[in-house]
Design a protein around this ligand. Structure first.
Ligand code: ADP
Ligand code: MG
Length: 178
């Protein structure tokens, strides 16, 4: 199947799960990551403000923030993602695609090397650690700039596929948590 067909297949699978079941799956994934030394060893963590159909990582955002780690969230800026520092859920406003984003300054490019962990959503992942996104290539353009980050993809179990077609620009993950 090509990428487009795989995205349709995943949307179909996802629609068969009640929100409550997805919420429980999200919670298990968060617990798994919180039991992982990589999370606690990291000081600058890229997370994401979850869309309704993505693994909900709000527990990770809150836990990392409360532990004094720097949490960065992506913000859509035209064809690219820029990063902003999370300062609490009270310091967010709606941006592109109606996604909640942190208010405040853009985190400078020159500081991207500090980011030691990137937790990345996907439509699907495979055992070769390939990632399928929503089709805009946002993370394929962002991730090569995070030269020091351990790239952890997260997805629901039914989003883990046998084989995702990979093109030269697709960034390979270091680990997939599902
Ligand atoms: P996604 O990663 O969201 O699943 P694709 O991998 O299919 O989507 O990429 C979507 C489009 O983004 C590609 O057709 C390509 O033109 C563009 N793209 C991806 N990575 C880059 C890059 N590093 N530089 C320029 N364009 C890119
Ligand atoms: Mg891609």
């Amino acid at each position: 199947m090509d990428k487009k067909a795989l995205r349709a297949e995943i949307r179909c699978r996802k629609s068969q799960y009640p929100p409550e079941e997805l919420r429980q799956k999200s919670q298990k994934i968060c617990e798994w990551i919180l039991d992982d030394g990589v999370f606690w060893a990291s000081h600058y963590i890229l997370l994401y403000n979850p869309l309704p159909d993505e693994v909900n990582v709000n527990t990770l955002i809150t836990t990392a923030h409360n532990a004094g780690k720097t949490v960065l969230l992506p913000v859509v800026n035209g064809d690219n993602l820029v990063l902003k520092r999370f300062a609490g859920f009270n310091y967010m406003s709606t941006g592109a695609y109606n996604i909640l984003e942190p208010v405040g300054e853009i985190y400078p490019r020159s500081e991207y090397h500090k980011i030691d962990l990137a937790i990345i959503p996907g439509m699907a992942f495979d055992p070769y650690r390939h990632r399928l996104g929503r089709g805009k290539g946002y993370y394929d353009r962002l991730l090569p700039q995070l030269t020091q980050a351990y790239k952890m993809g997260v997805c629901f179990d039914f989003q883990f596929l046998e084989n995702i077609p990979s093109e030269e620009w697709d960034v390979v993950m270091d680990e997939i948590i599902r």
